[in-house]
Design a protein around this ligand. Structure first.
Ligand SMILES: Nc1ncnc2c1ncn2[C@@H]1O[C@H](COP(=O)(O)OP(=O)(O)OP(=O)(O)O)[C@@H](O)[C@H]1O
Length: 321
C-alpha cells in the first residue's frame, strides 16, 4: 500500500507561473526515491507542498491516513513527521553539533533527549565533532549535522531538496553513499531531489522524472534508461545518436562499436581524451548526421574512416509522445 500519496496537485503562483500541473505520486513506506528535473521544473514547490509549507492551488497530499494540511488550513505550518532539508538549511552557529542535534528534542523527556542525541551522533559518525561549532566543520559535515537534526525527532518522511549542491563531487558522493545506508537502517521514507542523474542513482534505483511541473516517468532506472518516455528523459542519461531513417530511433554512444570495416560508414571529425575512453565525434557518410561514439581502446584519430555497428535491441524509442 502506498504511504505518501500526492493526488492531482497543481500549483499556480500569484505571479501566474504554473509550477505544478496535475501531479500525482505514490511512495511506499520506507521507500527511497530520487526526483530528477531541470531547474524550474517544480521540484522545490512539490516538496514544500508535501511538507505542508506551501498552499497548493488544487489536489491533496496524504501521509498514511492523515491528510496534510497546508498553511492556510493549519495555524503552525509543517509537521514534525515530515522534515524538509534544503541547501541553505541553517544550523545554529553558536551551538555545538551536539546542541544542534538536540535542539528539536527540547520538549521531550531529558533522558530521551540524551539517549536520542547519542544515537544520532553514533549513526552519523559525528561523535568526534560533538563539541565543535558549525563553522569549524566542512560543508559535508555541516549537512550531515542538518540531517542529524532533522532525524532526531524520528520523522516518517525526509525530503531532501538538493542539499548537497554546494559540496565538491567527492564529498557529495561519499555523503550520499553513507546516508543511503543510514536511511535503509532507519526505514525512513525519503524523496531526494537533484538535477544530477549521477547523484540520483547513487541514492536509489527508483527514479521520478519531473518536467515542467509534470511527472513524466517513475520507475526503476533500468526501465527508464532503455524505455524513456520522451526525449527529455532520454537525454538526462546522456547523448543520443539519431539513427537515419523514418523510425525515429536513437542509439547511445556506449552502445555503438567502432571498427575499421563493416557497418555504417563515418569519418572521425574530432576526438576528446576522457578518463575511461576517447569520445569520438563522427560524421556519417553522405549525410550531415553527427554521432558521438566511445573508443575505449583509444585507437582512432581525427580523419580516420570508421565503421559503426550496434545491436537492434539497444535502440531507444520513446514510449510517450
Ligand atoms: N514563491 C514563488 N513565487 C512565484 N513563482 C515561483 C515561486 N517559487 C517558484 N516559482 C516558480 O515556479 C516554477 C517552479 O519553481 P521551483 O522552485 O519549484 O522549481 P525547481 O525545480 O525546484 O527549480 P530549482 O532546481 O531551480 O530550485 C518556476 O517557474 C519558478 O519561477
Amino acid at each position: 500500500m502506498s504511504y505518501l500519496k500526492v493526488s492531482e496537485v497543481s500549483k499556480r503562483y500569484d505571479s501566474g507561473s504554473l509550477a505544478l500541473e496535475d501531479f500525482s505520486l505514490q511512495v511506499q513506506r520506507g521507500g527511497v526515491v530520487s526526483m530528477v528535473g531541470e531547474s524550474g521544473s517544480g521540484k522545490s514547490s512539490l516538496l514544500r507542498i508535501i511538507a505542508g509549507l506551501e498552499v497548493q492551488s488544487e489536489g491533496v497530499v496524504h501521509l498514511g491516513d492523515q491528510k496534510i494540511l497546508n498553511p492556510a488550513q493549519k495555524l503552525v505550518p509543517g509537521y514534525d513527521e515530515i522534515q524538509l532539508i534544503h541547501q541553505e538549511y541553517k544550523l545554529y552557529p553558536n551551538s555545538t553539533v551536539e546542541e544542534n542535534i538536540a535542539r528539536p528534542l527540547l520538549l521531550y523527556d531529558k533522558e530521551y533527549q540524551k539517549e536520542r542525541t547519542e544515537e544520532i551522533l553514533d549513526l552519523l559518525s559525528l561523535q568526534e565533532f560533538r563539541d565543535k561549532k558549525p563553522r569549524q566543520l566542512s560543508g559535508g559535515q555541516q549537512q550531515k549535522v542538518a540531517i542529524g537534526r532533522a532525524l532526531s525527532i524520528e520523522p516518517e518522511v525526509l525530503l531532501l531538496d538538493e542539499p548537497f549542491s554546494s559540496l565538491d563531487v567527492i564529498q557529495k558522493r561519499e555523503l550520499i553513499e553513507e546516508l543511503k545506508g543510514i536511511f535503509e537502517t532507519l526505514e525512513v521514507t525519503v524523496i531526494f531531489v537533484t538535477h544530477d542523474v549521477d547523484d540520483a542513482l547513487l541514492m536509489s534505483e527508483e527514479l521520478l522524472i519531473i518536467q515542467k511541473g509534470k511527472l513524466v516517468q517513475q520507475g526503476n532506472v533500468r526501465g527508464i534508461f532503455w524505455h524513456p518516455a520522451n526525449e527529455y528523459v532520454a537525454r538526462l542519461f546522456g547523448y543520443l545518436n539519431p539513427v537515419p531513417g523514418p523510425e525515429g530511433a536513437y542509439v547511445r554512444p556506449s552502445e555503438v562499436k567502432v571498427t575499421g570495416e563493416n557497418g555504417l560508414k563515418a569519418k572521425v571529425v574530432s576526438q576528446q581524451f576522457l578518463l575511461h575512453y576517447n569520445l569520438l565525434t563522427v560524421k556519417l557518410a553522405d549525410t550531415d548526421v553527427v554521432w558521438k561514439v566511445d573508443d575505449p581502446n583509444r585507437v582512432f584519430e581525427v580523419g580516420d574512416d570508421v565503421c559503426l555497428t550496434y545491436e537492434n535491441e539497444s535502440l531507444i524509442r520513446f514510449t510517450a509522445s
